[in-house]
Design a binder for this molecule. Structure first.
Ligand SMILES: Nc1ncnc2c1ncn2[C@@H]1O[C@H](COP(=O)(O)OP(=O)(O)OP(=O)(O)O)[C@@H](O)[C@H]1O
Length: 342
């Protein structure tokens, strides 16, 4: 079940042409190869999950796709309109990637904590319509109109993600789950064709996770946005993804439908260690119950092994924050630039 042999489950939105394509992407930090010849294709209209153990290269891949990192090798191309021309995103600055139609959220929430919920989204929406800071400062008529339009669009997005009535609250006062929703609203404000979600459910409780899974599906089906999703919560992944690509040590080790990936020995070993696939197969034989194959329990085991308890999740987020410092700097720089939401 590699990319070459994958099958596509009937009735899913996976039959589309590619909208975002990475080919042979290699990213090195000194002697460390974070991504090694990674190729991946997001099809128009689908939800493609990118999974893999900690340090597999998932966020590095997102950072390459969105211009935060410049890979040493490989190409990254995006086709905004079906049948339209392909645009190279490699080496493009984050705010220009965003403007082209590829938006993202971050693993560690990056809201403007002192601003209101509405203002957080509005900043992103204004970058879509305004003619720049000078026009805003001068209060030009077209900018006032653009600001009104951005405010209206922001309210629509907030309603879409379920934050209606909370527009004037200060962002930091929102529950964790609502902050995750706000991040999604902000990413949607620029009207992307492609949305990259980096662990959108990290740190949320089970009911918030369920709500976020439903929201991700609605973004996909109701707004028609193609989604690339990094997520450690296997239940969430299995419930929303049309296809899954698995990274391990910077390489793609599997790609296919959720059912295929779930049973792939290389994936099981990547998560549970070498020999795990055989052990599970043996256990399946011992169980002697064909209707309840042990292999089906792998996601449960994966969840136990790779999804940290809340306290550990915080530590993981801190660690990520440290590792991701460079990305944060670049993204923050683009905050000050013109993207606002990145
Ligand atoms: N700015 C950086 N400088 C040095 N090494 C980095 C940098 N960014 C990522 N790496 C390294 O690249 C590898 C992949 O990291 P990455 O964060 O992409 O993994 P991940 O799959 O997203 O992990 P997690 O699930 O824990 O978030 C790791 O070994 C990490 O330490």
């Amino acid at each position: 079940m590699t990319a070459s042999t994958e099958t596509v489950p009937a009735g899913t939105a996976t039959g589309g042409e590619p909208v975002l394509r990475a080919q042979g992407v290699t990213l090195r930090f000194g002697g460390l190869t974070s991504l090694d010849q990674v190729s991946l294709e997001l099809r128009r209209g689908e939800i493609l999950a990118v999974i893999g153990p900690n340090g597999a290269g998932k966020t590095s891949l997102f950072n390459c796709l969105t211009g935060v990192y410049l890979p040493q090798q490989g190409s990254i191309d995006f086709q905004a309109e079906p049948g339209g021309s392909w645009l190279s995103l490699r080496g493009r600055k984050p705010h220009l990637v965003n403007r082209a139609g590829v938006s993202r959220t971050f693993q560690n929430i990056r809201l403007f904590n002192a601003l209101t919920v509405l203002e957080n989204v509005q900043i992103a929406a204004e970058t879509r319509v305004s003619s720049g800071p000078v026009g805003v400062m001068l209060g030009l008529p077209q900018n006032n109109k653009a600001a009104r339009s951005a405010r209206h669009h922001s309210r629509e997005m907030l309603e879409f993600v379920g934050l209606r009535g909370k527009e004037s609250l200060i962002a930091s006062g929102l529950s964790y789950g609502d902050q995750r929703r706000l991040e999604i609203a902000r990413a949607l404000a620029s009207d992307p064709q492609v949305l990259l979600l980096d662990e959108p459910a990290a740190g949320t409780n089970p009911s918030e996770k369920l709500g976020l899974a439903q929201l991700i599906q609605r973004v996909n089906t109701e707004l028609g946005i193609s989604i690339l999703l990094i997520e450690h919560d296997m239940r969430l992944v299995m419930s929303v993804a049309n296809r899954i690509t698995v990274l391990n040590f910077g390489k793609v080790i599997a790609s296919g439908s959720p059912a295929e990936v779930q049973q792939n020995p290389a994936v099981i070993e990547a998560y549970l260690g070498s020999g795990a696939a055989e052990e599970l197969a043996a256990a399946e034989g011992d169980a002697g119950d064909a209707g309840d194959p042990v292999i089906a329990a792998v996601p449960e085991q994966v969840v136990r092994d790779v999804v940290p308890e809340p306290a550990a999740a915080d530590e993981a987020a801190d660690a990520d924050q440290a590792v991701d410092a460079e990305a944060a700097d670049v993204a923050d720089a683009s905050d000050a630039d013109e993207e606002g939401s990145k």
